[in-house]
Design a protein around this ligand. Structure first.
Ligand code: GLU
Length: 381
């Protein structure tokens, strides 16, 4: 029976990131032994009720061995992109086979930065991942390298993993790398000390993290940078080595690797700032009195409570919410303005009949809602 280490006791949703050096051997072929351990450990986690999303690199390193031209890291973009389009199907095939061998199923999602930047696309990806997890399927994510270029690339998979952890509201992010974890200085220096725990807010600026691993795009600096993106959101992070016997289970169950404590509580101010700063001008959803009081008490907005819609917006846009001529909140819509016009005043059970589909019973979810401070109900904590 697997027992998670104390700091991860409450972890239910986990993002695991494996770099190319975990997945690919120095000769450019798949490291099937490591992949087998990875898959077996993920299955064990699933059996313990933990949802896992895997971010796996490896497509470029794997694919480039099939190209005639030499493809140095950060070399010609066309070659990197082509290598990825060769390596990605090989990689996912191996994963699929290994999952099947272990009575599991995985799926593939390839993303670019646009999928995080564009709120509508972001919500669709999030929704897809939620459905997969509910069905016990392990989503395997990678950057869509064969179409990602400098303007729409996430950059490296450390950042892709961080953005994914944020998107799926993960409890923890596990980054597997070639290093044991973080040292307080360049680990080749004799007095370098290993850091087991990094408290939230610890100043990592002074640490030399410039050393790169042999494959992949990120080095230690990029891992720390990515981890620094998630810990302020309350997401725990662990950096651990691929050389551990069970390199996924060990850092999750034992005092292994470097554990990065998150900020104690997720700061709703961050979401609020995002929501307010991206609000679409002149887009207003007017609600009735029942919805007004329900929203103030922290409930979601349902179509039934909507009186009218003005302005034209899309699912994922943030809009104003008003009652009696006064704007009292803002929120991110689950439907386009045209769709809300059709479903307003209707019960959420009727949405599918009216629109021919139903992405969500709510029009605005409570955790995508910000009530203006001055009219917030006292009872909201
Ligand atoms: N997406 C790249 C690949 O699959 C790896 C990027 C990275 O190493 O960060 O090869």
């Amino acid at each position: 029976m697997m027992t998670l280490r104390e700091e991860l006791k409450s972890c239910q949703r986990l993002v695991i990131k494996v770099g190319s050096n975990v997945v690919i051997k120095p000769d450019g072929r798949c490291d099937t032994r490591s992949l087998r351990i990875l898959v077996e450990d993920i299955i064990t986690l699933q059996e313990s009720g933990i949802e896992v999303i895997l971010v796996s690199s490896g497509s470029v390193s794997l694919g480039k061995t099939y190209l005639k031209e030499h493809t140095p890291r950060n070399g010609r973009v066309d070659l990197q992109q082509s290598a990825s389009s060769i390596g990605q199907p090989i990689l996912i095939n191996i994963y699929s086979r290994l999952f099947e061998e272990n009575q599991g199923i995985c799926s593939q999602i390839l993303l670019t930065h646009d999928d995080f930047r564009n709120r509508k696309r972001f919500l669709h990806v999030k929704q897809t991942i939620d459905v997969l997890l509910k069905n016990n399927i392990v989503p395997i994510l990678n950057e869509n390298d064969s179409i990602a270029y400098s303007k729409n690339t996430v950059g490296d998979n450390d950042h892709l993993a961080a953005q994914t952890a944020q998107m799926v509201n993960a409890d923890a992010l596990l980054v597997i790398t070639s290093a044991r974890g973080l040292y307080d200085k360049d680990p080749s220096e004799p007095d370098a000390k290993f850091m087991k725990q990094v408290p939230f807010g610890y100043d990592l600026e002074g640490i030399d993290t410039s050393k790169k691993t042999s494959f992949g795009r990120g080095g230690m600096g990029s891992k720390i940078h990515a981890i620094n993106k998630v810990t302020p959101l309350g997401i725990k992070a662990i950096l651990s080595s691929k050389d551990e016997e069970r390199f996924v289970l060990n850092p999750l169950t034992k005092d292994i690797g470097t554990f990065f404590s998150p900020k104690n509580h997720y700061d709703p101010e961050l979401k609020k700032a995002w929501l307010l700063s991206t609000k679409k001008p002149n887009c207003i959803v007017e609600v009735d009195e029942g919805a007004f009081f329900a929203l103030k008490k922290g409930k979601s907005l349902f179509a039934k409570g909507i009186l009218s819609v003005s302005g034209s917006f899309y699912k994922g846009d943030s809009v104003d919410i008003c009652h009696d001529g006064e704007i009292f909140a803002s929120g991110i819509c689950e439907y386009d303005s045209k769709e809300i016009k059709k479903i307003k005043r209707h019960h959420s059970d009727d949405i599918e009949d009216i629109l021919g589909f139903r992405t969500s019973p709510e029009v605005i979810l409570t955790n995508n809602l910000v009530i203006n401070e001055d009219i917030k109900d006292e009872s909201i904590s």
